[in-house]
Design a protein around this ligand. Structure first.
Ligand code: AFP
Length: 357
């Protein structure tokens, strides 16, 4: 019979070290010895104000519930689509709706939030008139992965609530990404992982199900400046602008072309997964402008995807741009606005941009 998981499982550690004598087990030991830093002290170390810490904890309570529901989706009849579409004309999955309701309810009841905006809502939703913050979120990014038990995640972005505006005014959300006070995502993968920044570096946390909280596993993650890996939906190649076509064609030529090195390609179809890989080992990720649907030249959403990822990537030393400039400097015109995204390893993003000059 399997023993229940035990923090002081020294037997397990002895076994591990006998199998891998050189294992870098300090992390595991720290983990088993419960010495890893918990979320709140880690945030205090970054001088995050107490009310923002409380809001972050509220958001993370929702993600723990979503993580559980995601793991039980097949058993609980939550696979498949609803009969509805969201405001952006996309068919909603049952889990999209459940995650959105969970997130919305918990945030609006918290008292910390003046309003929320979600990829799944038609417009912003008012919260507490005296709430200090506004939160934008994509409750489940990568919905097409739900039915195949593959990687999905929640993305969130926090701004200060502007003073003098009413809680039901969606214009509160028209703030550039450079005004974010916190951004992050939670990956529902083999482990549930939080990646977050409050402007003092990008840090990785893992949900420890034994005590129910997130533990800091890596502080100040850095995206390598150079890479040989790219992520793009190649099936759209013929719809891209000539500049992007030329750039990717040169990547594909590998060491026989002008880049003089071979590239590998990865595509998870969930931005959270692709950005996570870039944060872990470098790479370039792009969803460029295309002419597939003339009325919709861009796919990714500024508030729910591009801005929070830009904050995380820049805090980790990478770049996040459109072919015309920095994503976080875009002044939004609507809450469901879409943008071109090119992000990742600094030198590779610069190499891509050089094709547009
Ligand atoms: P959904 O969450 O609406 O499924 O969209 C996911 C996403 O916006 C982004 O996370 C992916 O990078 C991109 O779409 C995948 O797009 P393709 O359908 O072109 O693979």
């Amino acid at each position: 019979m399997l023993k229940p998981y035990n923090y002081d499982n020294t037997d397990a550690m002895q076994k591990l070290t006998s199998i891998w004598p050189n294992i870098k087990y300090t992390t595991t030991l720290n983990y088993l010895g419960n010495k890893m830093q918990r979320l709140a002290p880690a945030l205090r170390e970054d001088n995050v104000p107490l009310d923002l810490i409380s809001l972050i904890k509220t958001i993370l309570a929702a993600t723990k519930e979503i993580s559980f529901r995601v793991s039980q989706a097949h058993l609980g009849g939550l696979m498949g689509s609803t009969l509805d579409e969201n405001i952006q004309g996309e068919v909603q999955k049952k889990l999209d709706v459940v995650a959105n309701e969970l997130f919305k309810d918990i945030l609006l009841e918290s008292g910390f939030v003046k309003a929320i905006s979600s990829e799944e809502e038609d417009t912003s939703v008012a919260g507490d008139e005296y709430g200090k913050y506004i939160v934008s979120f994509d409750p489940l990014d990568g919905s097409s992965n739900i039915d195949i038990n593959s990687l999905i995640g929640t993305i969130f972005s926090i701004h200060k609530a502007p003073e003098g505006m009413s809680a039901d005014d969606p214009d509160m959300f028209k703030q550039a990404g450079n005004k974010q006070v916190c951004a992050g995502y939670v990956l529902y993968g083999p482990s549930t992982m939080l990646v977050m920044t409050t402007g003092s570096g990008t840090h990785f946390y893992v949900l420890d199900r034994t005590h129910g909280g997130y533990l800091l596993v890596e502080r100040n993650v850095q995206v390598p400046t150079e890479t040989q890996e790219f992520a793009v939906n190649m099936s759209n190649q013929r719809f891209w602008q000539p500049e992007m076509q030329n750039y990717v064609s040169d990547l594909l030529l590998g060491d026989t072309g002008p880049r003089a090195k071979n590239f590998n390609m990865r595509w998870i179809a969930a931005m959270v997964g692709d950005v996570h890989r870039v944060l872990c080992r470098g790479g370039i990720f792009t969803y460029p402008m295309d002419t597939k649907k003339t009325e919709q030249p861009y796919k990714l959403r500024l508030m729910y995807e591009a801005n929070p990822m830009a904050f995380l990537i820049e805090q980790a030393g990478g770049l996040c741009v459109t072919s015309k400039g920095r994503i976080m400097d875009i002044e939004p015109t609507s809450i469901h606005q879409r943008v071109e995204v090119i992000l990742g390893s600094k030198k590779e993003v610069e190499a891509c941009l050089s094709y547009y000059k």
